[in-house]
Design a protein around this ligand. Structure first.
Ligand code: FAD
Ligand code: NAI
Length: 471
């Protein structure tokens, strides 16, 4: 089996297939800025892992400056060592990408360093692949190929990204100084996470968003609370804008835009992050050589089990439909390895959680109220605030709430929505509940440790039946 791409989709597929006894090679072309070949894809190199490292470091900085006095801890003369912060992030990336190398060795997965390209499918079903390892391209063959080539940042037309003045996720994770004024285009996940990092480190951050609603995919009450919290923190977000000309100099950037009333505005900043979504990566992949083509949005069409229309070729992760999330890519990697092994795995895409790692964090699984209304489904909701939870108060994190949505008749849990500290960990209980088709009552009657943030999950579930205990 050959896997093209070693992001969370590809490397997990390779390991699972190796566990199942397949002979596996993974073609990966990624090189770090020093030219060293790397495994791990976007997630490990310039995505999930480095962004969460910087989110944690920047939060420590902000806490040390503004959050500790309340606890009776007096800290004076807090200063930022950005170079050390970036070095720590790089060390975590090193450890993790090295960890994938170790896992490949352990599972006897061969790493072919270079660019992979599909070359054809023989009459006997064998698939021909070529890997360009710098110089002459080498031919390989496999019974099955998994395309896991991921995605790349979408850029604005006519606005070149130099990752210094105008950055996408790669540059925004490695600025060498804190911009005094930072502009961000796109108030999605990256805009909010990386906007938060640089705001905490001292930037004056302004986010320009084309859509008139904030976090449109998030349950409305959570999005409202998030907007309130972010405004309080000092993130300026302008919705409903129309970006015009973006001009850059060696020192900064100027963004002309129309605001929501249609009036002309200009935003000058030292640096700009463009975070307007990502596009599937099928560059020079040779899809046509095996009878495949991308859809209108650039994705490789696949069925529910990630089969393409060419037998023996599968595609997973960001390069196919569905949310662009690392755990979704991983789940598809495992599923495809098991399908190739003749098993019958299945993914319920409704049970894939989302997390936005701002502070407070936002996490959800299942349906929002708006989606259920559109489906005409009768439901009940229960909500419980973190401010009534002893552990949250002890931690100094009383912001936010948990909201549960359950079917009005059967009480089946349909959605769990959280805005709070550690929402990324709390949501796992919601995922388990939805996967097991639990009722809100099930969460309400099971024991939760005291004192813990998880008690808010229980109270929100009880609130669906109007029987919360501590409110
Ligand atoms: P990728 O991780 O993009 O990996 C694809 C790999 O294929 C790359 O290494 C690439 O070099 C290689 N490749 C491509 N074409 C070829 C070829 N022809 N030959 C050889 N190799 C090739 N998701 C989360 O779930 N949680 C998060 O907290 C999170 N944070 C993120 C933060 C940022 C800043 C960004 C940008 C993304 C984040 N994501 C997060 C999204 C997550 O990174 C992606 O969903 C995930 O990496 C997709 O995995 P993948 O395996 O499909 O592709
Ligand atoms: P996004 O899709 O989350 O947000 C992009 C935003 O830009 C949207 O709100 C969109 O309306 C806006 N936009 C698009 N074009 C615009 C324009 N011309 N002018 C102004 N605004 C415009 O994409 P983002 O933030 O780039 O992240 C890409 C993907 O990476 C995410 O969708 C997510 O799948 C993944 N990711 C996941 C994370 C997580 O799980 N915590 C963290 C970071 C990224």
């Amino acid at each position: 089996m050959i896997v093209v791409g070693s992001g969370p989709g590809g490397y997990i597929a390779a390991i699972r297939a190796a566990q199942l006894g397949k002979s596996v090679a993974c073609i990966e072309e990624w090189k770090d800025p020093a030219g060293k070949p790397r495994l791990g894809g976007t997630c490990l190199n310039v995505g999930c892992i480095p962004s969460k490292a910087l989110l944690a470091s920047s939060e420590h900085f902000e806490q040390a400056k503004h959050g500790l006095a309340e606890h009776g801890v007096q800290v004076k003369g807090v200063t930022l060592d950005l170079a050390q912060m970036i070095k720590r992030k790089a060390a975590i990336v090193d450890k993790f990408t090295g960890g994938v190398e170790f896992l490949f060795r352990k599972n006897k997965v061969t790493w072919i360093k270079g660019h992979g390209k599909l070359k054809g499918r023989r009459a006997d079903g064998v698939i021909e692949v070529e890997a360009n390892e710098g110089g002459a391209a080498k031919p390989y063959t496999a019974r099955n190929v998994i395309v896991a080539t991921g995605s790349k940042a979408r850029h604005l037309p006519n606005v070149p990204v130099d990752n210094r003045i105008v950055a996408d996720n790669e540059g925004a994770l490695s600025f060498d100084s804190v911009p005094k004024k930072l502009a961000v285009i796109g108030a999605g996940v990256i805009g909010l996470e990386l906007g938060s990092v640089w705001r905490r480190l001292g930037s004056e951050v302004t986010i320009l968003e084309a859509l008139p609603t904030f976090l449109g995919a998030v349950d409305e009450s959570i999005a409202r609370e998030a907007a309130k919290q972010f405004a309080k923190q000092g993130l300026t977000i302008h919705l409903g804008v129309n970006i015009g000309e973006v001009s850059t100099t060696a020192k900064g950037v100027s963004i002309a835009y129309k605001d929501k009333t249609g009036a002309d505005q200009k935003l000058d900043a030292d640096r700009l992050i463009v975070s307007i979504g990502r596009v599937p990566n099928t560059d020079d992949l040779g899809l046509d050589a095996v009878g495949l083509a991308t859809d209108a949005r650039g994705f490789i069409p696949v069925d529910d089990q990630c089969r393409t229309s060419t037998p023996g070729i599968y595609a997973i992760g960001d390069v196919v439909r569905g949310p662009m999330l690392a755990h979704k890519a991983e789940d598809e990697g495992v599923m495809v390895a098991e399908v190739i092994d003749g098993q019958k795995p299945h993914i319920d895409y409704n049970c894939i959680p989302w997390v936005i790692y701002t502070e407070p964090e936002i996490a959800w699984v299942g349906k929002t109220e708006a989606q259920l209304k559109a489906e005409g489904r009768a439901y009940r909701t229960g909500q419980f605030p973190m401010s009534a939870n002893g552990r949250a108060l002890g931690l100094g994190r009383p912001e936010g709430f948990v909201k549960m949505i359950a079917d009005a008749t059967t009480d089946e849990l349909l959605g769990v929505h959280i805005i709070s500290a550690n929402a990324s960990d709390l949501i796992a209980e919601g995922v388990a509940a939805l996967e097991f088709k639990a009722a809100s009552e099930d969460i309400g009657i099971i024991s939760h440790p005291h004192p813990s943030l998880s008690e808010v999950m229980r109270e929100a579930a009880l609130a669906v039946q109007k029987r919360a205990l501590n409110m």
